[in-house]
Every structure is written in structure tokens, then in C-alpha cells.
Design a protein around this ligand. Structure first.
Ligand SMILES: [Zn+2]
Length: 231
């Protein structure tokens, strides 16, 4: 089973991804983590990625896809050896139409397909409050939120008494720009998967447990569809 999780920063995607992986026995295929581990392992791909990072450029699709392909092959090998993993949860991938095409091809080569795509919906005002309300202790790095989880004394860290500040990329303006970019990049992908009939939109503006339950239910609902495709 191949599940794609889509959601903007502040939607709780990271938390949900962890919970869903452990509940459904899925391995994580997250591009950020793939890049870091390739660099750490010093693989040929890792060296290429390091060079691109050093130049401050974006990792091109073909390298990202090559890493994903490697992980899918690893997963298949682990499953053959009796691993209890039942599939993969994709996080941060695909990001573009080209990457989505590549993933479809990779899976088709194995007689498989994307099982379901979950989009976590959170109203923009809520995302703005969650992200622009973020404050971080300059000394110990503890994270606060002025609306939901403020320090006891204004702007003073509960843990270490250090100054609690807003980072430059958490200002209203910076957060707004990131959310705009997200919309621009992912809206066409969401539309694509909706047309393919494999998209479920989940309301992410609720308590964490309810969101997890809704996502798990949506994923389980799609599993019989794969079986009838005769894979
Ligand atoms: Zn602190």
C-alpha cells in the first residue's frame, strides 16, 4: 500500500505521519530524511546532493526520484524477508506534477499504484495563528505559542529564563509567503489525485486524535479498491 500525506506547515502533518505509520505499519518515505541519510551514508547520490546543497540550489527531480526508487526497492526486499511493514507513507513527496508522474511509473513497473492520498485541510487563519504565534527560546530552543502555550512570564523561558523571541521566518509576512507557495505548488497535485478518485480531504482543525482516526479510516476504506485491481 502506498499512501501520500499532503498538508501545509502547521497542519500537524509531521505528528500525524508518525502516528499513522505506527498504527498501520508503514515505512516513511520523506524526502528531507532521504536527503540527510544519503549525505550521511556518503552514497554516490548523497555526494551529488551535498554538492547541490553547497551551491544553495534545489535538489532536481531526477535525484529525488532516484532516492525514492531506492527506498521502494528496499521496502520490497524487507517485505520478502518477512518484514511486517505493509507499505509506505510518503511525506513531502511528490511535490510536483513531474514527481507524481515518476512515482506512478515506478509503482506501475512493480504492478502497484498509489493507494490513497490524504490532504489535511486547516483554515488559513488557523495556520497563521499556529505559525505566526510561534516563539522560540534563544538559549535552549524551547518552542512556545503566544496563543496556545505561552511562557509563564511574558517573553521569558520557563526552562532556562532565556529570552523567548519570534524567528524571522515566523513573522506574519514570512508565514503568509510560505503558505502561498504551498498553495501554488500542491493545489494542482490535490486536483490530480481528486480526479483519479483516490483523494480524501480530512479536516485537520480538530483534536489530534480525531484527525488521526479520520486519516486511518480514509486509508482503510481504499484498501479493497487495490485488491480488486488485481495486483
Ligand atoms: Zn530556554
Amino acid at each position: 500500500m502506498h499512501v501520500i500525506l499532503i498538508g501545509p506547515q502547521g497542519s500537524g502533518k509531521g505528528t500525524q505521519s508518525e502516528r499513522i505509520r505506527s498504527q498501520l505499519n508503514l515505512t516513511s518515505i520523506a524526502t528531507g530524511e532521504l536527503f540527510r541519510s544519503a549525505i550521511k551514508d556518503g552514497t554516490e547520490l548523497g555526494k551529488q546532493i551535498q554538492l547541490i546543497y553547497d551551491r544553495g540550489e534545489l535538489i532536481p527531480d531526477h535525484l529525488t526520484v532516484a532516492l525514492v526508487e531506492e527506498r521502494i526497492a528496499n521496502l520490497a526486499r524487507e517485505q520478502e524477508r518477512g518484514s511486517p511493514l505493509v507499505g509506505a507513507l510518503y511525506d513531502g513527496f511528490p511535490r510536483t506534477y513531474g514527481q507524481a508522474d515518476a512515482l506512478d511509473r515506478l509503482l506501475a513497473d512493480r504492478g502497484e499504484a498509489v493507494t490513497s492520498v490524504i490532504a489535511i485541510d486547516v483554515p488559513r487563519e488557523t495556520l497563521m495563528r499556529r505559525l505566526a504565534g510561534r516563539r522560540v527560546c534563544a538559549v535552549c530552543g524551547r518552542v512556545y505559542n503566544v496563543d496556545f502555550d505561552p511562557p509563564t512570564i511574558d517573553a521569558v523561558c520557563d526552562t532556562c529564563r532565556g529570552p523567548v523571541l519570534q524567528r524571522a521566518d515566523d513573522t506574519q509576512e514570512a508565514v503568509g509567503k510560505r503558505l502561498d507557495l504551498y498553495e501554488l505548488e500542491t493545489a494542482p497535485l490535490v486536483e490530480r489525485y481528486a480526479e483519479e478518485g483516490i483523494l480524501t480531504r480530512v479536516d485537520g482543525d480538530r483534536v489530534i486524535d480525531s484527525v488521526t482516526d479520520a486519516i486511518v479510516a480514509a486509508i482503510q476504506e481504499r484498501i479493497p479498491v487495490v485488491a480488486t485491481r488485481g495486483r
